[in-house]
Design a protein around this ligand. Structure first.
Ligand code: PMP
Length: 443
């Protein structure tokens, strides 16, 4: 295992964001929901590029489209219109929530797109401040890192542009570990929203300092489910409360669906589960199934008279990416991917209910569609995090041929984000490894 020094930088104690194995494997090949390392060892992929590979590896229809686009149509042009791009933009307007005129701005990474969302919010509202949540992950360029709620990650570089006296961060309503008290479900969410409401109405930040900038909030940005923090699903009603808050104070609501979007939770967008419509929705990852594709779709009026400085990036809206994205949307329709994902999600829940009955080391879990976070505790009453056991489990699962993620606010969650077009049998294969491995660490 020599020569892995850069990979071993993953070994930061207390890191909630990166998957950690003692020896990361070097992956060489993939097919469907399987990947193989350089030694030929096979794994079930329950990471799928952090939700980038929702349709699995080596999908032939995508490869054919890429070849055809490159050789027979247009390999590359610039950030200018092409037929594939126009088609994609129209489809994105059609499939995103909100019955109003919309516009799209394409980009490459999730971070680029989030940055565009923030710039658009500031442009459209003529305000500067942003509200985001602890534990959030919005990307890793300099501006988006400021919004990301992980102290360790940003601490070397502070202050980030978005943090520079313009950022207000609040706890996310995770009711298993309620940041404020004992309220469950929607009461926990309401409590979290109330604290933001208080800041907005009194002009006093949670730290007790009056802040004249509060009337200057341009947007609140939130993941409908907090992914990198541990695949946490907030109580139902949270997004509705945020919508009300945004309307009350006139700031924009931005949903970061970079990871929860493109069918991951069984609907095209996670916010559809609550029927809440954001002003700007950010998408990425699985729109390219391995190619960089991302963007924002927002209310058309926000883009009015948009300055040319907003619009130009060599690769944004590139023809190969747009062709692939259109092919992916075709596959969603042809294969009824959302239905398959929902069925697989039901099977995941059945397995998890069994695990909850039989394995007290599992404190709780959150799942929706093919999106699962499992929390491990030493004791269900005290909820003391079973960090070491979790670490052992992730390594043992790796040895047994199952790659998942270790994360969580307290480093005691294991998450499963396989491709979403899983069959029920493929779900059973995952649990046929996971469940016995839990039993082993409980002994
Ligand atoms: N937002 C969310 C919710 C994400 O999960 C990620 C990536 N994990 C990003 C933004 C940033 O995307 P990228 O890594 O493509 O810049």
């Amino acid at each position: 295992k020599a020569g892995l020094t850069d990979f071993l930088t993953y070994e930061h104690p207390g890191d909630v964001l990166f998957t950690k194995w003692d020896y990361p494997q070097i992956i060489e090949r993939g097919k469907g929901n399987r990947i193989w390392d350089v030694d030929g060892k096979e794994y079930i992929d329950c990471i799928s590029g952090m939700s980038a590979m929702n349709l699995g590896h080596a999908e032939k229809r995508i490869a054919d489209a890429m070849y055809d686009q490159y050789m027979n149509k247009l390999d590359f042009w610039f950030d200018f219109p092409t037929p594939e791009r126009l088609k994609l933009v129209k489809r994105l307007c059609d499939i995103t929530p909100g019955d109003f005129p919309k516009r799209v701005r394409l980009a490459l990474s999730g971070s680029d797109a989030i940055e565009n969302a923030i710039r658009l919010a500031r442009y459209a509202t003529k305000r500067q401040h942003i509200i985001s949540f602890y534990g959030a992950y919005h990307g890793q360029n300099t501006a988006t890192m400021g919004l990301t709620g992980s102290g360790r990650m940003t601490s070397y570089y502070n202050p980030m542009p978005a943090q520079d006296n313009c950022l207000h961060q609040f706890p996310y309503p995770y009711d298993y570990r309620n940041p404020y008290g004992d309220e469950d479900g929607i009461e926990c969410a309401r409590r979290c929203v109330k604290v933001i409401d208080e800041m907005m109405s009194t002009g006093v930040t949670p730290l007790g300092a009056p802040d004249a900038g509060i009337c200057n909030v341009a947007a609140l940005i939130v993941e409908p489910c907090q992914s990198s923090a541990g695949y946490i699903i907030p109580p139902e009603g949270f997004l509705t409360e945020l919508r009300k808050l945004a309307d009350k104070y006139g700031f924009l609501l931005i949903f970061d669906e970079v990871q929860t979007g493109m069918g991951r939770t069984g609907k095209m967008w996670a916010c559809e589960h609550e029927g809440v419509v954001p002003d700007i929705l950010v998408f990425g990852k699985a729109l390219g199934n391995g190619l960089p594709m991302s963007g924002i779709v927002g209310r058309a009026d926000l883009f009015e008279d948009i300055d040319v400085s907003f619009i130009c990036s060599t690769y944004a809206g590139y023809s190969m990416g747009c062709r692939v994205a259109n092919t992916i949307l075709d596959i969603f329709e042809e294969d009824h991917v959302l239905e398959t994902c929902t069925k697989a999600g039901e099977r995941i829940k059945e397995h998890m209910e069994e695990i909850m009955k039989n394995h007290p080391i599992v404190g709780t879990y959150s799942s929706r569609g093919v999106y699962l976070g499992v929390e491990f505790v030493m004791d269900r009453k005290t909820k003391e995090p079973a960090k070491a056991a979790c670490h052992e489990l992730i390594n043992n699962m790796r040895d047994a041929g199952l790659l998942a993620q270790l994360n969580g606010y307290l480093n005691n969650r294991i998450s499963f984000i396989p491709p979403i077009n899983l069959t029920v049998e493929q779900v059973d294969e995952i649990f046929a490894i996971f469940e016995p491995e839990i039993a082993k660490i409980e002994k």
